[in-house]
Write a protein that binds this ligand. Structure first.
Ligand code: IPE
Ligand code: IPE
Ligand code: MG
Ligand code: MG
Ligand code: MG
Length: 304
């Protein structure tokens, strides 16, 4: 399989089902007897269905499948991960955070629905994610112990110890630390923790052994770091058309990024190193021709 094929191939396998699952939210609202306010439903559905690479749910489903759980059965967890990720992007774009007008090639949620609705749409997705995952997994016959363990893992990776904490390090001047380590700390929490969790919960749902889960975590962490390093590189080098979001924001906002700390050339090398480490971890589990290993190697080269 050639370098840029893995994500396309994984998307071919999993995207139709992921998108179909996310598109059923309108029906869920209808079944709730209109308890969800119509404009909240519109705001949530807008951001969830407007596009996005769906990397995190793909990782969850691909990992689950490698540990014997079908995509159909694991889907509620994969969708919940995309809820949380999408919520994090809605909040990330708010004027009080990165203040962005464009996301996934469309106006940001607060530009469409106003700041108040964007805050509440994000809150709704983050909180609902856990009930949505647990009730769906129960319906699909996943053992309750495994489902609970996976949900707790996701909460740990997305809340104050993970993504939310990382967003604080990224935005709060009081959190700033000097030294090269700080940018790693930010990226690990704000981005890599969610990618690690996406892969790890798939393994947990499949009842993977402790040692296997550790290798999956290693894969997800390095993949996540490579992903954020490239995100920083693309912010400095990409166009709005390629990215679907506004480039050159990091420098304008004085962010601590891999490009600001190491420069473009060294950042590219660091992304390749992280990708290679992720690929090694995947190869140790499933062989080096496995699509998840290839995905890791190609992520350092992505341009969108
Ligand atoms: C953007 O994530 C935010 C980061 C953690 C870098 P993605 O690049 O995965 O965004 P979508 O989901 O494809 O829009
Ligand atoms: C965002 O990082 C990470 C999140 C938790 C959403 P960035 O602020 O770099 O993401 P983009 O570049 O706006 O997508
Ligand atoms: Mg940000
Ligand atoms: Mg941002
Ligand atoms: Mg960025």
């Amino acid at each position: 399989m050639s370098g840029t094929d893995a994500l396309a191939s994984l998307r071919g396998q999993y995207l139709p089902a992921i998108d179909a699952s996310l598109a059923t939210l309108g029906e869920i609202r209808a079944r709730s007897g209109g308890r969800m306010p119509a404009r909240l439903a519109e705001a949530v559905t807008y951001s969830l269905t407007v596009g996005g690479k769906r990397l995190r749910p793909i990782l969850c489903l691909a990992s689950a499948e490698r540990f014997g759980v079908s995509p159909e059965k694991a889907m509620p967890m994969a969708a919940a991960i995309e809820f949380i990720h999408t919520a994090s992007l809605i909040h990330d774009d708010l004027p009080c955070m990165d203040d962005d007008d464009m996301r996934r090639g469309k106006p940001t949620n607060h530009r469409m629905f106003g700041e108040c609705m964007a805050v509440l749409a994000g809150d709704s997705l983050m909180i609902w994610a856990f009930g949505y995952a647990l009730s769906g997994l129960a319906r699909n016959g996943i053992q309750a112990g495994r489902a609970l363990e996976a949900a707790a893992y996701l909460s740990e990776a997305s809340g104050p110890f993970g993504m939310c904490g990382g967003q604080v390090l990224d935005t709060d001047p009081h959190a700033f630390e000097s030294g090269e380590n700080f940018v790693y700390k930010i990226a690990e929490r704000k981005t890599a923790d969610m990618l690690r969790a996406s892969a790890a919960v798939g393994a947990i749902l499949g009842g993977a052994a402790e040692a296997e889960i550790r290798s999956v975590e290693e894969y997800g962490s390095h993949l996540g770091l490579a992903f954020q390093i490239v995100d920083d590189i693309l912010d400095a080098t990409g166009t709005p058309e390629e990215l679907g979001k506004t480039p050159h924001k990091d420098e304008k906002q004085g962010k601590t990024t891999f490009v600001s700390v190491f420069g473009l050339k060294a950042a590219r090398r660091l992304a390749e190193e992280e990708s290679a480490m992720a690929a090694r971890a995947a190869a140790s589990l499933w062989g080096e021709r496995d699509e998840l290993a290839v995905l890791a190697r190609e992520l350092a080269l992505r341009s969108a």
